[in-house]
Design a protein around this ligand. Sequence first.
Ligand code: KG4
Ligand code: ZN
Length: 335
Amino acid sequence: MSDADVLLGIETSCDETAAAVVARGVDVRSSVVSSQVDLHARFGGVVPEIASRAHVELLGPVVAEALVESGVGGEDLDAVAATVGPGLVGSLLVGLAAAKALALVWGVPFVGVNHLEAHLYASFIDEPALEPPMVALLVSGGHTLLVAVDDHGRYRLLGSTIDDAAGEAFDKVARFLGLGYPGGPAIDRTALTGDPTAIDFPRAMLDQGYDFSFSGLKTAVVTHVRRHPDVATDDVAASFQQAVVDVLVAKTLRAARHAGVSRVCIGGGVAANSLLRERLLDACAGEGFECFLPSRSMCTDNAAMVAAAGWWRLKNDGPTGLDAGAQPNLRLPVA
Ligand code: KG4
Ligand code: ZN
């Protein structure tokens, strides 16, 4: 294997402590994710101070497990990649400090990775044959972006949310419905028994452009439930989920048509949503588009995607300086 091919990836931007060993950006030798869900669940969301303390405790064992599982010793690695942002500053700092220290000890390059770009590279892991150009829908707890991927590292922003991110809407609605945290998987499960046509929730800006708005939908759910206290929770969950998915799918397909590409991929935690995956596949098939859906475990936060994006960045831009700091508000580098 040539230089800089086997990377250790580290991800600590939010509430998952993760490490992975990946070769050539596609061959996942190990991927360990330690979720802090139990620590944050009773607060109904991520508590930043608790998250960074937990990363400090968990990261050492998680990295050790990723190395043992991969069968690759630290001295055989070619580089160490870690998420530099966006995310919670205290959490990011833990992963960054560890990655730089390990890179120094092993005498290999350090690569700082943009978490949003990492979500995009999850598609390349599961579909090594995937090649730009394509349109990517990135839907996570903090972001909702429609991006034209002209080439590796060359992005054009087509649209984004003007208020809540899609995942944030899932989390807020789930909390209101008493379904717990994290809200996305809870709504996904609850919606299975509900009627998605029971309540006609608004589909904001459905026919306008590529931007999204989800805060009115969240308010519509709250208003409906307050007016109809006996409404079945699974019907509310299914109708809410249908409204979100209708907008995400319609805009993604329109963006692909507009960009003149026939490949669509998705990334981010909300890309694990069952209805979104099913509807996007159907809609793409109807248009003759190819649709790339990373496996669910590659959609939610993990370090394999960080190692994959790090491999591309290292090849294209070289190593990142060890003076690189955490960038909590980092954006996708778009043209
Ligand atoms: O990408 P991610 O793991 O972390 C961030 O970068 O934010 O995304 C987390 C988000 C949360 O809002 C969570 O509720 C949502 O992804 N999510 C889902 C599902 N699984 C996770 N949303 C809808 N359906 C799911 N199955
Ligand atoms: Zn994420």
